[in-house]
Design a protein around this ligand. Sequence first.
Ligand code: GLA
Length: 354
Amino acid sequence: MNSADYPMHDAEALAEAPGRVNLLGEHTDYNDGFVLPVAIAQRTRVAMRPNGGQHFTLRAEELGQTVRFTLDAPPAEHFASYVYGCLVLARDEGADIPGLDISVSSQVPMGVGLSSSAALEVATLRCLRTLLRLQLDDVRIAQLAQRAEIDYAQVRCGIMDQMASSLAATDRALLIDTRSLERRDVPLPAGSAVLVLDSGVARTLAGSGYNQRRAECEEAARMLGRASLREVERLEEIGKLPDLLKRRARHVFTENARVLQAAGAGDAAAFGVLMNASHASLRDDYEVSTPELDVLVGLLQAHPGVHGARLTGAGFGGACVALCRAEAVQEVAQDVLPRYAAAGHSGRQLVPAP
Ligand code: GLA
């Protein structure tokens, strides 16, 4: 990356981090389970230079906003709270942080489930690492980034997004065991490519049922006498739960099994079947889909160029991911988006970046 691509010309440190799309393993990370994300080409860039004072000036290029704050009080602007959280957590790790001018520029689409916030957090921490020569490895960066999101953006997220932004590549998926943080590369099935379409339905993570789903899973694990739903060994175990919690737990159990199966599958058709099953489970058992996502996923699944499709990210709106025949990706988008529009909705292509 050329420094000319960064918004601050005389920066002392530059860093970037990608967004991610999750192929399989949704709502499993905060249950200590398995996930299978891949990084996307769109990135967030952060540039920093010490300003000689004690304050911070944060410029967000795309938002056209500049925010000034100190580490004594969190800024009111939502985007700035992610950066503030990273600064405070790095200070708590022992870093001596001078006042900084910080500039942020991002191509990662916001609010659609592609982890624009994780990209901002990871890029900020990477930039601090470079500027202050901090001894932080990529896993520690992901852990601090997750902490910033939980403590300063009030979303009780798992660690998938930050691990993906910090460690995943764009040309292969990363299987992560979110309990041990062990991971291994999983090649995309031969001859396939990833397509991501936005349903056009806005989604606010904290305002949605995300934290509620997490609480339901914790309650289900507690009733089963398990530390987390990951610990459930057989599906019969969840039979004793009340209906709603049984459905939540069934999604988590079957989704973990699908991730492990897909990571060993190797072939695109089998992978696609697992993605379709994941969508049905997220819609019926986990109840995080929307009518629009169901229409868009249905159109994708019916297309001959598609092996499988599902909503991706937290749900409640946002994007869908499809595994397509590599040569058919553009054709799929060109066929499906007008049909989605004819059904009265407004979608757009996100990956590959149009
Ligand atoms: C959001 C969270 C992640 C994960 C997904 C759902 O992206 O940030 O930790 O829980 O939702 O799989």
